[in-house]
Design a binder for this molecule. Structure first.
Ligand SMILES: [Fe+2]
Length: 223
């Protein structure tokens, strides 16, 4: 991440705003030569100019420094297109319905990309009355654990935070849920369509009964 605004960012934002160096300079009360110097990495704008520069581009100072200007055209965003951010230092979980510039512990966080579940991160979903009972087959040690499970519908997000030494399981109201997400502190974000998770026999997720039988057999065999 950048610790201060760079010339490349200023040039990029200025060009996107279709401003000349002179036009930007006039807004800031400096000369166009000064703007040119910043853009060619021959000097930095004084700290007192950060706010005026951000204002000239219609963004926040955080966006200016990160070089990541956020444009959320659709304020009534769909929850299914939610993004999750996790701080690698403290494990803080942030949920956003649109683009955002999010920092935690001085780290500019990137939205997590969800993977399909794999053999090390198997999810088991059962319908229990009006709820999904969700369990992840995974260790829950301090070093390697599932830190949250979330269920998204188009207009709601149910998120359950999990902790080491606890159980990797959660219950969610079924109504409208179209995606189930879970996050492993080491292997990242995973996602599954719960209907597929239950009904798609091919993908072998609907094996909770079969699994229990296998566990019984294994117990008999190995104690
Ligand atoms: Fe994992």
């Amino acid at each position: 991440m950048n610790l201060y605004v760079t010339g490349a960012i200023i040039r990029n934002l200025r060009e996107k705003s279709k401003m000349t160096q002179l036009e930007l300079a006039e807004k800031l009360g400096v000369s166009d030569k000064t703007v040119s110097k910043w853009e060619t990495a021959k000097g930095y704008p004084d700290i007192t100019l950060l706010e005026p520069i951000a204002k000239a581009f219609g963004i926040s100072v955080t966006e200016l420094i990160s070089g990541n200007a956020v444009r959320n055209a659709n304020v009534s965003a769909n929850m299914l297109r939610s993004s999750f951010y996790v701080c690698p230092v403290c494990g803080n979980v942030v949920h956003s319905m649109g683009e955002a510039t999010i920092q935690c512990h001085g780290i500019l966080l990137s939205p997590l990309e969800a993977e399909t579940t794999d053999e090390h991160h198997m999810i088991f979903i059962e319908r229990v009355e009006d709820e999904y009972y969700v369990r992840i087959d995974h260790s829950m040690t301090k070093e390697h654990y599932i830190s949250f499970i979330a269920a998204a519908s188009s207009d709601s997000m149910q998120l359950v935070k999990l902790y080491p030494e606890g159980n990797a399981e959660a219950r969610f109201k079924i109504r409208g849920v179209r995606r189930i997400f879970f996050y492993c502190n080491r292997d990242g974000l995973f996602m599954i369509d719960p209907v597929k998770g239950i009904d798609d026999k091919e993908s072998a997720y609907d094996d909770s009964r079969e699994r229990r039988e296998l566990e019984k057999v294994a117990e008999k065999l190995f104690g």
